[in-house]
Write a new protein. Structure first.
Length: 537
């Protein structure tokens, strides 16, 4: 994150961000005139979608712009999104009621010889609801004017456009394209995070009464779709197939939510109408409309909701049967275009040189990182019969130990998360997307609390890779605990196996009581992964 008022240096990620943000700004600004006139509701709809996509895209590239500018832009765009959202919801409701009333006025065909012509209730109550909605919509237009005036007076869109153009150099684009090797891993992690959030609502898919959860699932699907759209140029076929299915699911959940809003609103109106006193004076003045039309509308929305819910469940089950989600997880990690990825295997010597260049960015922690690396590799070798991992896993553990504290630039708190994020986005790291993600997960989990379960990238990995991450993270946690005070007091260790324990005898050049205690505390993941208690002697 840039703490100064000056923009960050132009990097591949910023170049990509500018390319993706500029069309969104243009899509928003070209709808302003139409939104002010309010003659066509589609202007409001398109502007609302553009504002939401802007809000989804800006956080993905916050490191490329001054932090205070990012916060200001986000706040201002959120204001206009809310104003547009309220107006769009009212437009949709008004359009539905007009269509509903028009259908109710259509004649009912029947055969008098067989059965009488059914009668329809008058719809004065529904017309009154429509009238109230139209008044509300007119008032909401004032909010849109105010929000747009404020946006233009503060030059929000102009500033974003200038910032995007600043990071788009007139020459050297091929060089910048070659510097985008960190983008695929970042894209995978962020799509994986949104996918994880979506799947957190899976337990409520088959519960028709989980109204709040279905609405939250719709929001999660929308965020996932927007994130995938932002990063789609990095992938083969631009994720078109996956985006089409996510969009359909979002639309089904959106239609279900619209019905839920109507059901709640009409139910409240019916209750008010039932409790309102009815007098002869009111009836003669035409102020009594009755609840029969409202009940008719309520039944209509309830049936529609039931039908939409069945469609959604069938669609969800079809996605699972076809293996769509598994295919998407594989695509997110391995489906990037070759132009944005490491083309061939890089010699290990070159890898190590790159790792060393990254590690020396925090020189004050160099001795600590080297000590932790030695202890982690010693643990790996001593416990080979237990974890049965391969040579490449040992190399990844070494890299993770050397880089586990590179995020400790300003303060200790949160440095594990910062370190993992830096590994994903690093442009000079010659590792593929999968190994970057594994490295980041190992590093993120080396602190006092295990964080991998909350990481979207972890849930994109196959089961074998997930187990690999947990095993290597368990070893790094212990090694980091043995040098907790950064004094390199522990110099060596040896491990032996008991029936239900692993005994580690350490060699030290001083009192290591605190280090032992810390290592044992961080041995919780070791016990979880290997099913053995850790004993440090």
């Amino acid at each position: 994150m840039t703490g100064s008022d000056q923009p960050a240096p132009v990097r591949g990620a910023c170049f990509f961000g500018g390319q993706r943000l500029l069309p969104l700004v243009e899509a928003f600004t070209k709808e302003i005139a139409g939104a002010r006139k309010a003659e066509d509701i589609e202007h409001i709809h398109r502007m609302r979608v553009a504002s939401r996509r802007l809000r989804a895209a800006l956080p993905l590239f916050r490191d490329c712009y001054p932090e205070k500018n990012f916060r200001f832009w986000t706040t201002e765009i959120r204001k206009i999104t809310r104003a547009l959202g309220a107006a769009r919801d009212a437009d949709v409701q008004i359009a539905f009621l007009k269509e509903y009333l028009q259908k109710q006025q259509e004649p009912i065909l029947s055969h008098p010889e067989i059965m009488p012509v059914p009668t329809k209730p008058d719809h004065l109550s529904v017309k009154l609801v429509l009238s109230h909605l139209q008044i509300k919509r007119n008032n909401l237009q004032k909010d849109i004017f105010h929000a747009l005036d404020e946006l233009e007076q503060r030059h929000v869109m102009d500033d974003i456009q200038i910032a995007c153009q600043t990071v788009l150099p007139k020459h050297g684009r091929r060089h910048l394209r070659a510097r985008m090797h960190g983008l695929p891993a970042v894209a995978s992690a962020r799509i994986g995070k949104d996918l994880l959030r979506l799947f957190s609502y899976e337990p409520w898919v088959h519960n028709p009464d989980a109204i709040a959860e279905h609405h939250a699932m719709r929001i999660s699907a929308k965020k996932l779709r927007y994130t995938m759209e932002i990063y789609s140029p990095l992938y083969r076929w631009k994720l078109r197939k996956s985006l089409a299915r996510i969009k359909k699911m979002q639309e089904l959940l959106g239609d279900i939510h619209d019905c839920d809003v109507w059901i709640d609103h009409i139910t409240l109106l019916v209750m008010k109408e039932r409790n309102r006193p009815h007098t002869l004076h009111n009836r003669h003045l035409g102020k009594t409309y009755g609840i029969a039309p409202l009940r008719h509308l309520l039944i209509n929305r309830e049936k529609r909701r039931q039908w939409l819910y069945r469609q959604f469940v069938r669609f969800w089950e079809s996605l699972q049967r076809s293996g769509f989600w598994n295919e998407l997880q594989i695509t997110v990690i391995a489906g990037h275009k070759n132009a944005f990825c490491i083309h061939s295997d890089v010699p290990e010597f070159s890898e190590r040189q790159a790792i060393q260049r990254i590690a020396i960015r925090v020189p004050l922690l160099a001795e600590h990182c080297r000590s932790v690396t030695g202890l982690a590799l010693r643990l790996f070798d001593e416990l080979q019969d237990l974890h049965q991992l391969g040579v490449r896993d040992r190399v990844l553990l070494e890299y993770a130990a050397l880089l586990h504290d590179i995020g400790w630039t300003s303060e200790e708190r949160g440095h594990q998360r910062r370190s993992a994020g830096m590994i994903l986005a690093e442009e000079d790291l010659p590792l593929n997307v999968r190994e970057r993600g594994i490295l980041g997960l190992i590093i993120r989990s080396h602190g006092s609390k295990v964080k991998y379960m909350a990481d979207g990238f972890f849930h994109l990995l196959l089961n074998d890779d997930q187990q690999r991450v947990m095993a290597l993270a368990a070893l790094l946690r212990i090694a980091d605990g043995l040098d907790y005070l950064h004094q390199q007091t522990v110099t060596d260790l040896q491990c032996t196996f008991g029936t239900h324990e692993v005994f580690c005898n350490i060699v030290a050049k001083g009192d290591v009581t605190i280090e032992k205690r810390r290592a044992l505390t961080r041995g919780d993941l070791f016990t979880e992964v290997f099913g053995r208690d850790l004993v440090i002697q």
